[in-house]
Each structure stands twice: as C-alpha cells, then as structure tokens.
Design a binder for this molecule. Structure first.
Ligand SMILES: [Zn+2]
Length: 296
C-alpha cells in the first residue's frame, strides 16, 4: 500500500523485529565476518539504463569481473583457505556461466541477487519476475537452489520479504540496522527469514570505483584499511558480525585485491574471528534459535 502522506505513516518502527538475541559464536569465536561478494557484472550498469549495453567502455567495467576480477579473487581465496558467498544476478550467470561455474567449483556459496539487478522498490512491477528468473538461472545453469538473497541496489520491501519466505530462503543480507543476525518479522506478525545485516563501511564501491555514471573519489589503501581495521576491532569487542559487500569489478583490481588480502590476513591474526559464508552464519543463528525455543 503506497504511503500517501506523512499523516498516513504508522506510528511504529518500520522494522518490528525484537532486539537481536545474543548467541555465542561457534568454536569460542568472539565475532564473525560474513565474507560476501556481489557479482553484478554488466548488469550493475544496464539496470540503470539498458542503452548502456551499447556503451562499450561502460560495459567493460562490469566485463572486468569475468575476465579478471573473479579468477583473481578465487585464487586469493584459495591461498587464504577461505570460503565466501557470491550473490550473483541471473543475467551474469547467463552471460558469464564459466566464471560462475568456477566459483561453484571452488566450494563457495552462491546466492540470489535478482536477474537484471533491478531495485526491489515497493510496488515495482518487476519484483516477482526478478525473483523467478534469478531462481531459474541459478537452477538451470548451475544446479543451485539458493538459501541466501541480497537485494540489488540496497533496497527491499514487504512484497520481497514475503517472496523470500515463500521460496524457502534461509536468509537475506540487505538491512543496515544491526551488528548481529536476527529474525525478520513480516507485516502480518509472522516470522520471516534470518537477516544478516550489512554495513556501508564494507561496501568497496564507496572507496574504489569511479565512473561518470557513478562518480566518487577513490580512497587509498591506508584510508580503507584504517576504516576496516577499526570497525573490525570494535565489532569484535562487541561480539558482533561484520558483513562485507564487495564487488569483483572493484576488489578484483590489483591494488584493491592486495588491500582485501591484507585485511583478511589481519582478521585471521586475531585467531578468534569466524570468517564464514552466509549459509553457515544464518544456519548457526537458526540452530541457536531452535535450541532457545526448545529450552523456553
Ligand atoms: Zn549488486
């Protein structure tokens, strides 16, 4: 239902989930890092304007992912012995099937990220089609039935989260309102999927990519590592979760890859921060929640 005026706004928070439960992390870890990448490829650009497909230099920003970014990230993750989650658009799966198969072959989790990377804005006519076509590409091309979803362009709405529940997703990773996982509550009061909230602090697009359709200053390694390391240190003290929102067209660039590697080595040096996929973290949450309910 479109909100017509300020007077029509409910006098309630938009997120009606109770405060996040404080469950311990597995194996005595103090905190967790949900290492995740969004594989938008060219659909990051065509979502804004399909005519960009004819703009070959603009397309080449997204094309970098399959040609260089994904293979280099996979190589680095193998060296670091880490598993991550890759949220991939259906379009990228269709256009870059071999690169996506390589992600799967390395044992990483693959999640849903729409088909054409269209924003799930409330009332948008494409929400169901984006969901269905994305699921179809994942299944038909990769044999994957995803348990995780990240909303393209960082927006979501009630229609979408009802769809996630209907399709049996375990988790979403789109909200920005916590440092711990929690269970969403739908507008009708029933439980939704688990939410693994993200933070713009770990969105590499903010620091490392500039284009006339996405103009931003570029940040050097020292600035980014300073932000990331400080956020990690404090989040670890809080016993919280860091969710990254990284893109192979940004973090697959040479200097960006180096700084990501340095950050991951720093995370590992604590020895008590769990670096995991979304399925592992949401699965852990759901198990703790089930034990909690049983005990109550
Ligand atoms: Zn994206």
């Amino acid at each position: 239902m479109p909100v017509a005026s300020l007077d029509a706004l409910p006098l309630l928070p938009a997120n009606r989930a109770p405060l996040s439960p404080v469950y311990p992390w597995p194996k005595g870890n103090k905190a967790a890092v949900f290492l995740s990448f969004d594989v938008d490829a060219e659909s990051a650009w065509t979502a804004k304007d399909p005519n960009h497909y004819e703009r070959l230099v603009t397309m080449s920003y997204g094309g970098f992912e399959a040609r260089v970014g994904i293979p280099k990230l996979l190589e680095m993750l193998r060296e670091q012995e880490l598993k991550a989650t890759f949220f991939i658009t259906g379009w990228a799966i269709e256009a870059h099937t071999a690169a996506c198969e390589a992600i799967l072959k390395d044992g990483h989790e693959i999640g849903h990220h729409g088909f054409h990377h269209l924003m799930p804005d409330p009332g948008a006519p494409h929400i169901v089609e984006e969901m269905d076509k994305g699921l179809d590409s994942l299944k038909r091309r990769l044999g994957v039935v995803p348990v995780g979803y990240r909303a393209p362009l960082g927006e979501s709405c009630e229609e979408l989260r009802v769809l996630l529940k209907k399709h049996g997703f375990l988790y979403s990773s789109s909200w920005r309102d916590d440092v711990r996982p929690y269970r969403q509550v739908l507008a009708d009061g029933t439980p939704g999927v688990v939410e693994l909230p993200a933070t713009m602090t770990f969105d590499d697009w903010m620091y490392g990519l500039t284009h006339r359709y996405s103009p931003r200053p570029l940040f050097p390694r020292e600035h980014v590592l300073s932000i990331w390391n400080d956020e990690l240190a404090e989040t670890r003290d809080w016993g919280g979760l860091i969710t990254t929102v990284l893109h192979p067209q940004v973090s697959g660039r040479p200097m960006r890859l180096k700084l990501l590697r340095e950050f991951l080595e720093h995370v590992k040096s604590y020895g008590d921060v769990w670096i995991a996929t979304g399925a592992e973290i949401a699965g852990h949450f759901a198990a703790c929640e089930a034990a909690d309910t049983k005990a109550a």
